[in-house]
Design a protein around this ligand. Structure first.
Ligand SMILES: CC(C)(COP(=O)(O)OP(=O)(O)OC[C@H]1O[C@@H](n2cnc3c(N)ncnc32)[C@H](O)[C@@H]1OP(=O)(O)O)[C@@H](O)C(=O)NCCC(=O)NCCS
Length: 175
């Protein structure tokens, strides 16, 4: 899926995830998980049919999945899940990942813009995420999108023998 791809800055678009994207979404988790330094998962621990059921079962005001589509291939994704309780349904958690060859082309920014628009539409007030303190590209993206540091869990992860802090960041939607 990754090797030898000549990627241009055109040809990609962002859209809602569909059940047919399930295998490609798991591929992203596997590829980015294997890089070790960006997401907590080492890879997908559930099946394509499980993922398909997750997408089929999405309830629009509660969860969303956006994908970056490059000439028909799913190369990035963003998922947001809203709090399920009366006390936290105004907030949502966000996670995202893009395949290595497609980074640095504005796809992450575009995925977040779509996610923020969805959040505003369904009445979410606060978006939360966590990021490894070593992940400078992601931290810069989140800062650019208006996220601020809320807290740090020191040494929360151990990656390839090194202790890594977990940063909590959040964005309050305007209004
Ligand atoms: C983090 C990630 C989602 C960013 O997506 P992206 O498509 O590469 O980001 P964009 O091209 O939209 O860039 C957005 C901003 O991020 C920052 N950025 C992107 N790549 C960067 C890099 N290599 N170094 C430093 N900053 C970087 C810049 O501030 C950039 O804004 P600018 O272009 O206006 O300067 C992507 O790199 C990725 O999937 N990484 C692996 C998985 C991951 O880290 N997921 C997040 C876990 S919390």
């Amino acid at each position: 899926m990754e090797a030898g791809i000549a990627v241009t800055n055109i040809g990609w678009s962002v859209r809602r995830g569909r059940p047919a994207d399930a295998a490609q979404l798991l591929n992203i988790l596997d590829v980015v998980g294997a890089e070790a330094w960006y997401i907590a998962n080492d890879g997908a621990s559930w099946s394509v049919s499980d993922q398909r059921r997750i997408i089929e079962g999405l309830v629009d005001h509660a969860q969303c999945i956006f994908v970056a589509d490059y000439l028909g291939a799913v190369v990035g994704s963003l998922e947001m899940v809203r709090g399920a309780l009366a006390k936290n349904q105004h907030s949502a958690n966000l996670a995202m990942a893009i395949l290595p060859s497609y980074r640095g082309r504005g796809i992450g920014t575009r995925l977040m813009e779509e996610a923020h628009a969805w959040a505003a539409q369904v009445g979410i007030e606060k978006i939360c995420l966590s990021v490894f303190a070593t992940n400078q590209a992601a931290i810069r993206l989140y800062q650019k999108m208006g996220y601020q540091l809320e807290g740090t869990r020191i040494g929360q992860y151990r990656i390839q023998g090194r202790q890594v802090d977990e940063l909590f960041m959040a964005y309050f939607l305007p209004g």
